[in-house]
Unconditional design. Sequence first.
Length: 173
Amino acid sequence: MRFTLVLAGAAVAGGALFATPAAATVKFDPATKTGFVGKLDVQRSFGWDDAALRARTGRITFTYDTLTKDTYSVVCGRAGNRPFTVLHDRVFARDFLNAVVVRDTTAAPSGFRITGAGTGISGTTVGPTVGLPCPEERKGKTVRSARVVSTAFTGTLSANFGGVSKTLWRGRG
């Protein structure tokens, strides 16, 4: 499935809406981890002009983070206790993406072609489980029952430079 985010004429920063000079487009396919990020997307995210982008182009990296969040209905303690909702971050993964600088006819960077994942890391955690400690101690000592009610997926494409990460694209499933 291919997702496209189009920012046309406006960018949101600090809760306020600011006009911007031109449209920018991030195209990213989370299934193949490929796509394109225009130079304006990176410049606007970091607040850079053309000279700053040109000087930093070779040190910009891209990552794709995914998070799977489960919503549980949990009962702790004695029989007859009321169920309550628990949000649980089950799986987190980060892919370090390969990218090629795309240059215009003057050799200035015009964008970045993302060609796929190079390496990645992931981790998982155990959600509320019968017999384990209750996620809310005041509701009982141990989990009596736990049922997954829903699962949500979020994927985030980010540009990274000098220890700072800026979100360029977000998808939900």
